[in-house]
Design a protein around this ligand. Structure first.
Ligand SMILES: *Cc1c(COP(=O)(O)O)cnc(C)c1O
Length: 243
């Protein structure tokens, strides 16, 4: 119990610091901080941390691996949170993810759209999905498979994917997501993402979500119009090694 009390204090302090960063960045951008949803990425941390964060007022939880997400969602059945799946998703894991996720941020190919739609139908759910955009510099081979290992569709593929999602019955097109590449200035990457987001919104007015920004670059993301920040280590501390 004492350990939980200590952890609660630590998480409360970290959460307050992150919220303050979001307030400052929003003010600097002339935005209302209430437009920005904080998704706490709890990968590699226990369900007890999720419970503490929810207790402290966090409403949105992100996970990047199907097995871990499934286990935590089971353990926390009945706890009112929105689950976000933010990691690269194998098609064969689509079924499990469609059962637990309210939002999937990492949809980057039509096969995955088809698999998620079918799985959502079978689960009797409607899942909001974002198109993950790769902001890596184009590779010489121009093959999507060689565009780094973070996943994501090339900007040129995004409109087609958005169309495919909008045409499904059980998925809802939420918008776009990106991870800033390591070798690109975050402000530049997020400005590019904002352009892609505006294009998609032109065709699909409901696709208002822009998921961008992590612990290190959330200010740049807020400045570029992000509606969802995926924050892990700034909230939870250094991640233990993944098993
Ligand atoms: C782990 C992860 C995050 C959080 O990263 P931090 O740097 O710890 O804030 C955000 N997005 C994705 C896709 C992740 O896998």
């Amino acid at each position: 119990m004492v350990d939980l009390e200590v952890r609660r204090e630590e998480l409360a302090g970290r959460l307050e610091a992150v919220q303050e960063r979001i307030r400052r960045a929003s003010a600097a951008a002339g935005r209302d901080a209430a437009e920005v949803t904080l998704v706490a990425v709890t990968k590699a941390f226990p369900a007890s941390d999720v419970r503490l964060l929810v207790d402290l007022g966090v409403t949105d939880i992100g996970e990047n691996r199907e097995q871990e997400a499934t286990a935590k969602a089971r353990e926390l059945a009945g706890v009112a949170v929105r689950w976000h799946f933010v990691g690269q998703l194998q098609t064969r894991k689509a079924r499990a993810v469609a059962q637990l996720a309210d939002v999937v941020h990492s949809v980057d190919r039509v096969r995955l759209v088809t698999a998620l739609d079918r799985a959502a139908a079978d689960a009797g759910r409607r899942v909001r999905v974002l198109v993950q955009v790769s902001l890596d510099a184009p590779t010489t081979g121009a093959s999507p498979a060689s565009a780094g290992d973070r996943g994501g569709a090339s900007p040129a593929q995004v409109a087609g994917l958005a169309e495919a999602i909008a045409a499904t019955e059980h998925l809802q097109l939420g918008g776009v997501m990106a991870v800033a590449p390591l070798d690109v200035e975050p402000a530049y990457a997020f400005a590019r993402l904002a352009e892609v987001a505006a294009q998609i919104r032109g065709e699909h007015p409901g696709a208002t979500d822009i998921s961008a920004g992590m612990s290190a670059d959330l200010e740049a993301a807020v400045a570029a119009g992000a509606t969802h920040l995926r924050v892990g280590s700034a909230l939870l501390g250094t991640r233990p090694p993944l098993g």
